[in-house]
Design a protein around this ligand. Structure first.
Ligand code: ZN
Ligand code: ZN
Length: 274
């Protein structure tokens, strides 16, 4: 499986205990072509400073791992930035001042409520939170498109664009993204305008859902709108989840018209055949 897993977390994120070296060993055993570490940066006052990004720590780990394993696998230094519109004057300078291979922008919060904290949205039903979440994703991609208009490109990939379904499934026992096809279209078109590559995130396949984030119908729509390559990520927080679900996801991508992975090295996209 000569694929790249471009979304994973390690002990440099508060929600993972994983030694980065274990991820590399697992990826080599699986025959992956490359992996990219994308630990969290979340600047919301509730998450800060626990979700601070330890740049020096992870950059040193990646540099050491490249020396040990670089002849067998490509190892990238990335980051998953949580979209926090109030904090962009901190986030953008941080990204400007540090070198990365890949920068993912992900929405985990909507209207000051965290999806992973169900106590934040006890009064919301599936439809309310789904609509709010996709509205925030659209706002995030508009923000990136506006930056692109000023010649700035701080983000490469849009993480798990319909992640709300993972949490409505977990905390409300169901999900519905198909009812928001127009909103999804707007998100995809804006990604294309902004030069932001949507990710296919496979973590839902091991968390009680039968589809990736996003599902095949959204991948097909992206291809119809002119999209050619997408990023693939397991969102592993432990080594056994590296590349989990990738065979399913790779077939799904090809069936829906996406024949290439968007692989990022030093912020440059190098498409790679699936
Ligand atoms: Zn995420
Ligand atoms: Zn993640």
């Amino acid at each position: 499986m000569a694929l790249y897993d471009q979304h994973m977390h390690t002990w440099f994120s508060t929600d993972s205990q994983t030694d980065p070296a274990d991820n590399v060993r697992q990826a080599i055993d699986l025959g992956l072509a490359g992996i990219t570490f994308t630990d969290h940066l979340d600047t919301h006052p509730i998450e800060w400073p626990e979700c601070r990004y330890n740049y020096e720590g992870l950059a040193k780990a990646v540099s050491d791992l490249r020396q040990r394993f670089g002849d067998r696998i490509s190892i990238g230094l990335g980051i998953e930035v949580c979209y926090q519109p109030e904090q962009m004057d901190r986030i953008l300078p941080f990204l400007d001042e540090h070198a990365f291979d890949l920068v993912i922008l992900s929405v985990h919060w909507t209207q000051n409520r965290a999806l992973h904290l169900p106590e934040h949205w006890t009064d919301w039903d599936i439809a309310t939170i789904t609509q709010a979440y996709l509205g925030t994703v659209l706002e995030a991609v508009h923000f990136v498109r506006d930056l692109a208009g000023q010649g700035r490109r701080p983000f490469d990939v849009l993480g798990h664009l319909d992640m709300v379904k993972r949490y409505t499934q977990r905390y409300r026992g169901g999900y519905d993204i198909t009812g928001y096809a127009d909103r999804i279209d707007e998100i995809l078109r804006t990604c294309l305008d902004a030069g932001l590559v949507p990710e296919v995130n496979t973590s839902t396949l091991r968390q009680g859902l039968t589809e990736t984030m996003p599902a095949g119908w959204i991948v097909r729509r992206y291809a119809e709108l002119g999209g050619e390559a997408m990023s693939l990520g397991s969102d592993a927080h432990s080594p056994e989840h590296i590349a989990a679900g990738f065979e399913t996801a790779a077939s799904m991508l090809k069936e829906n018209g996406i024949k290439q992975l968007a692989v990022f090295e030093q912020r440059v996209c190098k498409p790679c055949g699936l």
